[in-house]
Design a protein around this ligand. Structure first.
Ligand code: ADP
Ligand code: MG
Length: 588
């Protein structure tokens, strides 16, 4: 490693010296772009201090020009790094400012590995004034932009997407589906205020669809030309909205290609948010500090990974699930507490206590095919307990390192024509309306007749529900307090049912609580669900399986799949490994 922190293995792509002049201090910066990211080396009074903004934390950059509102000019790059004759204060004059600016946007980790780990927004503004005319300075800024984009985009442009019909390249647009009724009903506002600005910084072209009723999202993805959304589909809502999208896609005749090419994502706006939390947990991100930003960064980061789906078959229907199948206690509180929706997450807690007083048991036959060589017991589970700290900042903290003017006084310069401009997103109303108008049902290339709607998807390997289970399956027939199968770590932001579960481990984690457990133990068990230490109680068992069948032998409970109520019936479930892809950052 040399003095500026750059290792020998790193390839320096660009480097430039900048002067920052203020009344108190005179110092220079050496800014270098390497394969690892952007190094900012501050040279001050003979000493240096270097910060690295990692490439994986940079979300985008934009060329800007001065719009003349600022009246001070404090720095400019110089060609020769060791001459002080370039450190000249330039009086502001609109006609004179021929500089080109480059704003680099990043979300960097702060307080790493502490309780307060979080991501903060950082804007680095570089002012290029190497020449006395704007066009030449702009060329340099554009070159930096190009190189930064090449560095950060290599992670998401490794697949060329073609339409099934005519082999045309697809657009790079993202579809955002918002459920305005999710959670406490703030979906539109969250999108407008917190998500859209990040998408704009990352230069992601998007289309917005606000659902107007239940199954709107399902119909949209079933009947639209989804190949227009080459960047994928992100839902802003709860797990119920994602359930609609997955099942709508499974109803398409081209379901296989759709899942192969589309990357899905979720930004939590619901009251459960199991998928969003599980992704944050698996990628080791400080999710609870700011669930919206962390989830949005998954989308702009562009890294996707496979996720398992589970085919659930009842006597009357087949659905595809990504989260859980529940029966008994937790399923009952999930459904019965619906009336407490306005409270957001605490509704689960309040209802559990009410339910605990009259703890019920239910009889069932549970058959399953156990996965060998998977460790189900989790001992001394303490990992990342600080993620439960809920100290959410509502507004983005902007740490601005500027070698030039305040970015708000700059105007975006970009060769590409954009639907949504930088300024339109600041104005809540205009951006919202104009984007909304462009999303509609007008582009429907292959309308499927209502009568032909049926569930497709991968063929099951297990026998149908009408036939006996295979001979090598294990069978339990007894009274249960609950049976909850999950295939993600969390079924909600504060319930970690299957701590060892991964997005793509091919395992259904069957959590069962048998009759006989005391109320006191069961309460302890429920409380431990928020830390993942719930597996050491008597009558509690975790069984990793790849398929199971549940035949309720008494009524009174609910069957809940991904938080949605299904008609009470015998059911069976089978894991379909890696059927879909979701946006998720690389682990830091
Ligand atoms: P939550 O986590 O708060 O339950 P979800 O996004 O999961 O939020 O949505 C809950 C239910 O609302 C789902 O069944 C979904 O299909 C349905 N839904 C989606 N859009 C709308 C809408 N515009 N009006 C009413 N219900 C909707
Ligand atoms: Mg899994």
């Amino acid at each position: 490693m040399n003095g500026n922190g750059i290792t020998k293995e790193e390839n320096t792509i660009l480097t430039e010296n900048f002067y920052a002049l203020s009344k108190k201090q005179k110092y220079s910066y050496t800014v270098s772009l390497t394969s690892c990211g952007l190094y900012l080396q501050k040279n001050f009074n003979g000493s240096t201090k270097t910060d690295l903004i990692r490439a994986s934390d940079i979300i985008g950059c934009k060329c800007m020009r001065n719009n003349g509102k600022s009246n001070e000019c404090i720095c400019r790059p110089v060609k020769n790094s060791n001459t002080s004759s370039h450190q000249v204060r330039i009086p502001y004059n609109e006609a004179f400012d021929c500089s080109a600016y480059l704003c680099v946007y990043a979300y960097i980790l702060k307080n790493i590995a502490t309780k307060n780990e979080k991501r903060d927004k950082m804007i680095v503004t570089l002012r290029f004034r190497n020449y006395n005319n704007y066009e030449d300075n702009l060329k340099i800024a554009i070159n930096w932009k190009y190189e930064i984009n090449s560095l950060i985009r290599t992670r998401n442009e490794d697949r060329i997407i073609v339409t099934p019909a005519n082999n045309q390249c697809l657009s790079d647009r993202l579809l955002v589906i918002v459920n305005p009724k999710s959670g406490v009903g703030k979906g539109r506002e969250i999108f407008q205020r917190r998500v859209a600005p990040v998408l704009v910084m990352a230069d992601i072209d998007f289309e917005l669809h606000i659902t107007c009723m239940q199954n709107d999202a399902r119909n949209l993805v079933r009947t639209s030309n989804i190949y227009e959304w080459g960047r994928g589909i992100v839902v802003l809502g709860g797990d119920g909205l994602m359930f609609e999208v997955i099942n709508g896609l499974m109803e398409r005749s081209d379901w296989q290609r759709a899942f192969e090419y589309l990357t899905l994502a979720i930004i939590p706006g619901g009251s459960g948010n199991g998928l969003a939390k599980s992704i944050g947990y698996e990628t080791n991100e400080p999710y609870m500090q700011d669930p919206i930003i962390i989830s949005t960064l998954n989308v702009v980061g562009g890294n996707s990974r496979p996720m398992d789906l589970v085919r659930v078959e009842t006597l009357s229907q087949v659905v595809y699930s990504f989260l859980s199948v529940g029966w008994g206690f937790i399923a009952d509180i999930d459904i019965e507490s619906e009336r407490l929706r306005i409270l957001g997450n605490p509704r689960f807690t309040i209802w559990s206590i009410a339910r605990l007083i009259g703890l019920k048991t239910y009889r069932a036959r549970l058959s399953y095919s156990k996965v060998k060589n998977v460790e189900a017991k989790v001992s001394n589970f303490t990992k990342n307990s600080f993620f439960d700290c809920k100290d959410i900042n509502d507004d983005d903290e902007t740490v601005s390192v500027e070698f030039g003017m305040d970015p708000v006084s700059l105007e975006e310069f970009d060769f590409r024509e954009r639907v949504e401009s930088f300024s339109s997103v600041i104005s809540k109303r205009s951006a919202f309306m104009s984007i909304h108008e462009s999303s509609s049902f007008t582009s429907i290339p292959d309308i499927i007749e209502e009568s032909d709607i049926r569930m497709r998807g991968p063929a099951p390997k297990i026998p149908p529900l009408s036939e006996p289970v295979p001979l090598d399956w294990e069978i339990l027939e007894e009274e249960f307090v609950m049976i909850h199968a999950s295939y993600l770590s969390h079924i909600s932001e504060d319930l970690i049912l299957a701590p060892n579960s991964k997005l793509n481990d091919g395992v259904i984690w069957l959590l069962i609580v048998k009759s006989g457990i005391s109320r006191a133990s069961f309460l302890q068990f429920l409380l431990a669900l928020s830390t993942g230490n719930h597996l050491s109680f008597p009558y509690v068992q975790m069984i990793p399986v790849n398929a199971f069948r549940l035949e309720p032998l008494s009524g009174g409970s609910h069957i809940v799949v991904d938080g949605e109520l299904l008609k009470h019936s015998p059911l069976q479930a089978e894991i379909m490994p890696g059927v879909t892809n979701v946006y998720a950052r690389q682990k830091h």
